[in-house]
Design a binder for this molecule. Sequence first.
Ligand code: FAD
Ligand code: NAP
Length: 339
Amino acid sequence: MNIQSDVSLQLLHTLRLKSQARALCTVSGTAELRTALAWARAEGLPPAVLGEGSNVVLPEYWETLVILQRIPGIEVLSQDGKSVRLRVGAGENWHAFVAWALGQGYFGLENLALIPGTVGAAPIQNIGAYGVEVASFVESVHGLVTVDAAEVTLSTADCQFGYRNSVFKGALRDEVIITAVDLRLSKQPSSQTGYPSLQAHLESAGIDSATPEQVFNAVMDIRRSKLPDPAVQPNAGSFFKNPVLDTAGANALRERFPDIPCYEQSDGSVKVAAAWLIDQCGWRGHRVRGVGVHSEHALVLVNDGGDSAQELLRLADAIAADVAAKFDIDLAIEPRVYL
Ligand code: FAD
Ligand code: NAP
């Protein structure tokens, strides 16, 4: 196994911040992952996993063994007339897998098209977009326990999926390295088109009853028109989660701010659009010391050439402080911050 020392991570994560790892290796199988974990243990270095680095804020110097997760493979486990069960290697690219599944006639993931990153990272924050979350398709998650490389399989219930959340961000944070994900997809085409911007896009294209392919294409069109491409403007997607309030809290806010975009959830809670809160505080388009807030999308913080994680987090703190002062809401950062 090739383990490199003092490697720049700038091109290995989408925020493109200045960052260097003490050591780095790429794993394309479970045996290699075991070797990497044993090496890290022997060196007394904590291991840390990176997929495609689209949801992380990295430190300038990272005293760790970075393990680039690249385990490939898509295997059909079983199928019948209605559905198919797949095992997908954690290192597969998420969007390529979504496109492949659609091409095979395996449906359900179309709304999650173009989300950057790997399949193995998808359960970590229960990726979601346009009214769909990956949790609805995950049957189990396979991995190795970081401390002793023991194999582990977690059921959907074990994963404790929530809104952009899972056990991998809580009790099992850094405890398990995901090697494969089992998903069940439908062989019967059906489309989830209720999400407002998706519905509007399909309507404007004159599409009445959208096929999964049309949903897939519409989601890609909307995303390309709205979201900055990290290759052009480095970013980590939404920097803050949408706050979720109880009904009383949401009603109090609605009284003070009648225009506030609120979305009732099935459990009675109310989700508030964080982008609107940030916009109302005047942050959209703001640039400071090489970092900034995207001018089209106030939830996306961008690296504008400054390359400093500290500056980015200072900006995030200032935004969160303004939102707290104006709305009495605490914003939570979505990407994993390693500083
Ligand atoms: P990384 O950023 O490499 O890692 C993220 C975290 O997961 C790290 O803590 C890492 O250690 C851990 N991790 C990664 N792989 C493993 C593994 N195999 N085992 C254990 N831990 C692991 N997210 C959404 O939910 N919806 C969206 O619509 C969306 N849109 C985005 C748009 C843009 C432009 C960008 C830049 C990001 C967006 N994101 C979105 C966030 C991001 O795409 C997802 O969180 C994605 O799942 C991250 O995958 P990754 O491989 O890049 O993970
Ligand atoms: P949008 O459609 O402009 O909506 C703004 C926010 O309001 C979204 O974050 C969304 O929450 C919420 N919302 C809108 N309609 C809703 C509904 N009917 N029910 C519940 N919540 C609703 O959002 P956008 O920024 O263009 O993003 C589109 C989708 O892609 C969203 O699902 C978003 O989560 C996802 N996305 C995520 C990231 C990321 O990094 N996490 C980055 C880009 C886009 P939700 O976020 O819960 O959907």
